[in-house]
Write a protein that binds this ligand. Structure first.
Ligand code: ARG
Ligand code: ZN
Length: 874
């Protein structure tokens, strides 16, 4: 059933302690739970006790030591109701669960040889009867008992107590977590695992044992994760004054995981792709992902665990804030400007379309059918943008004071987004009342900017105007608070000093709070070019009337790297939109000289900042172009996008051939692989050059093949392999075979092998994808595999996915229906590929609608998939 924010009520009971005894047997697990409960003094009438519980086989229920007869409780699909309970009592339940049959990977499940848990958001109810809501917090004491040989390692949250050897080769270990926590932060792991250990000494003087657990064969791939963890712990002390608070911090890597990772108190559980890496098996991107996800989960210990959410509508309280924190961490570890460009690129690729589609919701949603559907780019990434805007508006010092105040007020509590904003407001003395609209209004605002010069008075007037679009269920919105970082450049590329509100400066923070406002700058001369929304200071669509010449100036001279990249982006997008119009009108296509010259200059000077150059010189993907068209309300026609983009790619590759060849040689990184920003940037430029060179007729494949032969690290190997797969050449098949022979035992590397094939531009790719589903290393039960093969084809290979006959749509619909009974969370992510169906031209639009209807017609669809499909069909 639907859940609404407006219906939130605190629970009627207090839970003072949770004791669990988890006994692991051959094919089932018995869970005994004792809860110390008392009715709150202010709870109204003496209602029944309800505990969540799903798929639990009841073995026993006792109250204050008295066994209850089945007449004294009611079990339904949602949980357990006890009609008559005293004001204070202890409740004991004993249930049986079957982790081996749990393919949804929620609750306690089998992951290869180990057992592990995933409880956020509402998985704990699949383990035991419980008030499975984040505002009920309790200290936990957990005893785990299992066969000693099969499960030598037994882990749960907090501190390990005495270990006991038992009869029949069994053993038991007790864990105590002194920090009261909600059930979603519970974790348990049992298995035969290797452990990498290290230590960290906190600023507060606590000696912490750091432990990373993996399957034995992966023990040599944990060093980077450990290094990242220590960096994150140090950074949080330095930047936020936050130290770790238990004597052990454990991370467990598993191949079977629905998402990225989970911040369970003291015992994080990770998708192995965000833990395991060595230069032979992981790419630069993998190394980056590990560093940031390890940090993200670690940062949750304060923003999420010590202070948690009152209800799931507040998810962005911890996720938006923690993403902001991990972004800042990565900015400090790698490159701030590069990180900003990548984050904005991903915001536009994932969040803007969500905000413009059927699933649009504010960062604090007001209703959900299935909470798992709201772990979205909006809650996470737009949520982080909202925190960033607060940081921008009140400034870094006030922000830090606000964080301190937030922890001072709320440590140990479950709170709301409002509590966070109030702390920031109180610490800064700034009124954030209008700003709060970011929490309740969905949709990406459109910001219009225009300038006018009063030559006589030398005043430049900048007009900013905003529109907040309607979204499903929300119309007639109010203007929002938009921080707009601004500077102006002279025709010579100098950053101009102007007088704004009586003060002379060369950079300005403008805050638009109304629908329209005019900002006046004194001392302006002719020809000033505005650089607006610097560092992408607000998550909006910016519309300006800058000419190509102005953009070329910003691309070359702006002191904000983000806006240099952005100027290049606008130039490229403008060209592509123009070419697509020519394509539709059946005019001949021409490559504009100005664009070629601008890109050529960037390439020639790539040495100055190879990472930035690589970002500027990576053309938008076809998917990014779909989004661009959709935002312009031009129906998406996949062949048109494909044709025009290929035209541009081939022309630029040809025209800049010599420069690309030089770049390919210049940016080699001889010697051993090291993961450090300079080398990552050089590899990026080199492999980008390889990409462009692969487009050259005749020599394309040869160049790729030579690069493959020379490759020493996985980054370079994948760069070559991912280009080779497009060619109809026997050697490409041999490369794939060699690769799979070498890595057949490495699940993560095999994910890459599936993925490159799914991304091939060869016309028979769907057939290949279907065949690969029968490969022994593939499984519909493993989310990484589903994402690598099916996800990659459906969302990373849009031209082949969007075929006129709709056959790939049928393929996806079938997979979604399969996943509906295997793993609804993964199924729901897959079906979301259809969300933008209304932005497509015919016949794609109707064909997607048909596929959605076919899915919708299945009886007993999981709430996960039902909610997404229902909203898509509107
Ligand atoms: N809290 C985790 C993180 O962001 C993610 C949990 C996602 N859970 C889910 N059911 N989708 O670090
Ligand atoms: Zn998180």
């Amino acid at each position: 059933s639907m859940h609404y924010l407006k219906d939130y009520r605190p629970w009627d009971f207090d839970l003072s302690e949770t004791r669990m005894d988890v006994s692991i047997h051959e094919s089932s697990v018995e869970v005994r739970t004792r809860l110390m409960l008392s009715r709150k003094a202010d709870a109204g009438e003496k209602g029944p006790l309800f505990l969540h519980g799903e798929d639990l086989e009841i073995l026993e229920i006792s109250l204050d030591g008295r066994l209850l007869s089945p007449k004294e409780f009611l079990q339904d699909s949602r949980g357990l109701t006890l009609f008559d309970v005293p004001d204070a009592f202890s409740l004991f339940t004993r249930v049986r669960i079957f982790p081996d049959e749990n393919t949804a990977l929620e609750g306690l499940y089998r992951a290869g040889e180990m057992l592990c848990t995933q409880c956020e958001a509402e998985g704990f109810r699949k383990i035991t009867f419980y008030p499975d809501r984040p505002d009920v917090m309790a200290p936990f004491r957990v005893r785990i008992e299992a066969d000693k040989k099969r499960y030598p390692v037994l882990l749960s949250n907090g501190n390990p107590m005495e270990r006991q050897d038992l009869d029949e080769g069994r053993h038991a270990l007790v864990w105590e977590d002194p920090y009261p926590k909600p059930s979603y932060l519970f974790a348990l792991v049992a298995g035969d695992l290797a452990c990498l250990k290290d230590r960290f000494h906190t600023a507060e003087g606590l000696d912490v044992s750091l432990e990373i657990y993996t399957e034995h064969e992966n023990a040599d791939k944990c060093a980077h994760a450990m290094k990242s963890l220590k960096k994150a712990m140090h950074w949080d002390e330095l930047v936020f004054g936050l130290s770790y608070d238990l004597s052990t911090y454990m991370i467990v890597a598993t191949n079977d995981f629905n998402m990225g990772a989970m911040e369970n108190k003291g015992l994080n559980i990770f998708n192995s792709r965000y833990v395991l890496a060595k230069p032979d098996t992981a790419t630069d991107m993998d190394f980056e992902g590990i560093e940031s996800v390890i940090a993200h989960e670690y940062f949750h210990n304060w923003t999420g665990n010590r202070v948690t959410v009152k209800n799931w509508f507040q998810l962005s309280l911890k996720e938006g804030l923690t993403v902001f924190r991990d972004q800042e961490f990565t900015s400090d570890m790698q490159s701030r400007s590069l990180k900003r460009i990548q984050d904005v690129r991903s915001l536009r690729a994932r969040q803007f379309p969500e905000d413009a589609g059927p699933m649009a919701h504010p960062i604090r949603p007001e209703a959900y059918l299935e909470m798992n559907n709201f772990y979205t780019a909006t809650v996470y990434d737009k949520g982080a943008e909202v925190i960033r805007m607060i940081h921008t508006i009140i400034g870094p010092e006030s922000f830090r004071r606000g964080m301190d105040l937030y922890f001072k007020r709320h440590d140990g509590r479950a709170v709301t987004c409002e509590d966070f904003v109030a702390a920031m407001e109180d610490a800064s003395g700034k009124d954030l009342s209008r700003f709060r609209l970011w929490y309740s209004q969905a949709g990406t605002p459109v910001l219009y900017a225009s300038t006018e010069l009063d030559k006589e008075k030398s005043i430049l007037y900048l007009t900013l105007k905003q529109e907040v679009p309607d979204t499903p269920g929300q119309s007639g919105k109010k203007p929002m608070t938009l921080p707009v970082k601004t500077a102006f450049f002279t025709e010579k590329g100098e950053q101009a000093f102007l007088k704004f509100k009586g003060e002379k400066a060369n950079a300005f923070l403008l805050v638009l709070e109304s629908e329209e406002e005019i900002f006046a700058f004194e001392g302006a001369s002719e020809g000033l070019v505005p650089s607006l929304l610097r560092e992408f200071s607000a998550p909006v669509h910016l519309k300006t009337a800058l000419g190509d010449k102005d953009l070329a100036l910003l691309l070359a001279m702006d002191t904000d790297s983000f806006n240099r990249w952005e100027a290049g982006r606008i130039l490229i997008n403008r060209t592509l939109l123009g070419l697509m119009e020519d394509y539709r009108e059946k005019r001949e296509l021409h490559l504009p000289e100005a664009l070629l010259a601008a890109l050529g200059t960037v390439l020639e000077n790539a040495d100055r900042d190879p990472a930035l150059a690589a970002e500027i010189l990576s053309l938008p993907t076809e998917m990014e172009l779909y989004h661009l068209l959709a935002a312009e309300r031009i129906p998406v026609s996949p062949p048109e996008v494909h044709g025009v983009r290929n035209f541009l790619l081939d022309r630029i590759a040809f025209e800049l051939k010599d420069l690309w060849e030089r770049a390919f040689e210049n940016f080699q990184t001889p010697g051993d692989y090291v993961f450090r920003p300079e080398d990552v940037a050089r590899r990026k430029m080199k492999n980008l050059a390889l990409f462009w060179l692969s487009r050259l007729p005749d020599t394309g494949f040869e160049t790729v093949y030579r690069a493959w032969e020379k490759a020493h690290c996985m980054t370079d190997r994948m760069a070559a392999l991912s280009l080779a797969v497009h060619f109809d050449d026997q050697r490409a098949e041999e490369m794939l075979d060699a690769f799979s022979r070498q890595f057949e035992k490495d699940a993560l590397v095999m994910d890459k092998w599936f993925q490159v094939q799914a991304l091939s531009r060869r016309p028979d790719t769907l057939k290949r994808v279907s065949e690969l589903m029968a490969h022994p290393a593939f499984s519909m039960k493993n989310p990484n595999k589903v994402r690598a093969l099916i996800g990659a084809f459906c969302s990373g290979n849009p031209f082949l996915f969007h075929q006129k006959d709709g056959s790939p749509y049928d393929f996806l619909a079938r997979r979604v229906l399969e996943l509906d009974s295997i793993n609804p969370q993964v199924g729901s992510r897959m079906v979301s590929v259809f969300n933008p169906w209304k932005t497509f031209a015919e016949p794609w639009r109707s064909a997607m609608e048909k596929a959605l209807k076919a899915i919708d017609s299945k009886k007993d669809l999981s709430p996960d998939i039902r909610e997404v499909v229902g909203r898509a069909l509107g």
